[in-house]
Design a protein around this ligand. Structure first.
Ligand code: FPP
Length: 249
């Protein structure tokens, strides 16, 4: 099966489609446990859901789709589970390298890639090289790997502090844009809608700076069970909200 497919646009053309949707793919372990399966089976099912929902996002006109695939804290999990996640990244990045040019979806990886195995780093380079060649009409699917919002902000502060120390930047020139441009997401707009399945109601260090004005949507559905219908429900809910960005309407 292709990683990202084209399909018919969703029927309800009137609805308000967020430009950027971000998802905390939670509930894989519970999904596996309910079925008497090992946890890695839940992640494999979750990766299939990523494929389905990324494809659907492209179909309905969501331009940016970003998922939390491995946090800076997830390395504490049993080695077998971490290895299974790394294998999934290998599999999906290889598929992305083969299919994304034809599908018009630029796959990007965000996070501190330093501790990743060398073969995965090479795959990430290959995939981002192909993504760079895609035109402006391509959608973007970003996988956050070894990502942590605080870690990202700390790295941005270091980078900006160094520019100040080196005399490249004056303190008075530091703006919110300076910070945004020093984050892994520098090339992305902020998320409009952040979805967390599985019944947990917290951010878990995901896109902390970027989600300052995002709308949040929480659902008890476990990520491997999350379907296009569930995304439609989230988008409908989003469409009913009045975004004020601190102003009045
Ligand atoms: C959280 O659920 C999920 C993760 C830590 C990993 C998410 C990764 C994937 C779905 C695979 C992604 C791979 C690609 C290529 C997209 P949990 O395990 O903490 O669930 P639980 O709370 O039910 O235990």
């Amino acid at each position: 099966m292709a990683l990202f497919g084209f399909g018919k646009p969703a029927a309800s053309a009137e609805r308000q489609i967020p430009q950027h949707i971000a998802v905390i793919m939670d509930g894989n372990g519970r999904w596996a446990k309910k079925r008497g399966l090992p946890r890695p089976a839940g992640h494999a099912a979750g990766a299939e859901t990523f494929r389905t929902i990324a494809t659907y996002c492209k179909e309905i006109g969501v331009r940016y789709f970003t998922v939390y695939a491995l946090s800076t804290e997830n390395w504490k999990r049993p080695q077998e589970e971490v290895d299974a996640l790394l294998d999934l990244f290998r599999k999906y990045l290889r598929e992305a390298a083969e299919t994304m040019a034809a599908r018009g979806v630029a796959v990007r990886v965000l996070g501190d890639l330093t501790p990743l195995p060398e073969d995965i780093k090479r795959l990430v380079q290959e995939v981002s090289g192909i993504a760079d060649t895609l035109g402006a009409e391509a959608a973007t699917a970003s996988l956050c790997i070894n990502y942590g919002g605080r870690d990202e902000i700390k790295n941005a502060v270091r980078c900006i502090a160094k520019r100040v120390k080196d005399g490249e930047l004056a303190l008075s020139e530091i703006t919110e844009d300076t910070v945004s441009s020093a984050l892994y997401t520098a090339h992305l707009p902020d998320p409009d809608l952040v979805i967390r399945p599985s019944g947990e109601i917290r951010l878990s260090n995901f896109l902390l700076w970027q989600s300052a004005y995002a709308e949040y949507y929480f659902t008890p559905v476990l990520w491997p069970d999350f379907s296009a219908k569930d995304l439609d429900a989230a988008i409908e809910d989003y469409g009913r909200r009045s975004r004020r960005f601190g102003g009045v309407k």
